[in-house]
Design a protein around this ligand. Structure first.
Ligand SMILES: [Ca+2]
Length: 192
């Protein structure tokens, strides 16, 4: 097998890899329950309550993360949706925000950055009992606010689909494959 054939095999494999990533994140049955709310894609679990750690892992099984609300617009859109859907009313939902690492410093657990947006309920966060380090949506007078709660409390979960990264090595490799095939006049990978 010549160097050229080895290169094509490697590049073909790269093409397969690209497809599998796309399918995993956007096409497969794993994402069938995600819904569009505002400019994000959420998976809202109201089937089983779980503690914050279980909720974190639950979202990961769907290639997603516990939701982190970044703007008032995102908060309003989620609030409107949850209120308008009877099955979701009067429930609490874990978010991907915690001060477990340092009391009072709320961060997004996904990237460690400071909590980008907060809409605390009155008097919150209060770290009640010196044991509240995980943040959730909390319905108060028919409006959702945020509250810090015991991480072992059993609540529902809101996951959000991960945003596509800006640029990626695999995409660059795919472009390289296409240029290589054009340059070498190879019709497609299946011929090898
Ligand atoms: Ca609290």
């Amino acid at each position: 097998m010549g160097l050229r054939q080895i290169c094509v095999l490697v590049l073909c494999f790269a093409g397969v890899l690209t497809d599998s990533i796309n399918n995993s994140n956007y096409g497969g049955s794993e994402t069938i329950s995600f819904i569009d709310i505002g400019n994000k894609h959420y998976l809202i679990n109201t089937v089983a309550t779980m503690n914050w750690f279980q909720a974190y892992l639950y979202c990961h099984t769907f290639d997603s993360d516990l939701a982190v609300i970044k703007t008032p617009g995102e908060m309003n859109a989620l609030n409107f949706y949850l209120i308008a859907n009877a099955g979701h009313v009067d429930t609490n939902f874990w978010l991907g925000v915690t001060d477990l690492a340092e009391q009072g410093k709320y961060v997004s657990f996904r990237d460690g950055r400071p909590m980008p947006y907060a809409k605390w309920s009155a008097g919150q966060p209060d770290n009640f009992g010196n044991n509240e380090h995980c943040v959730h949506l909390w319905l108060v007078n028919n409006i959702f606010y945020m509250n810090d709660n015991n991480c072992n409390a059993k609540l529902y979960a809101i996951c959000e689909m991960r945003q596509p990264r800006k640029g990626c090595d695999v995409c660059d490799l795919k472009n390289l494959v296409e240029r290589f095939l054009q340059f070498t006049n190879v019709p497609n990978c299946e011929n090898w």
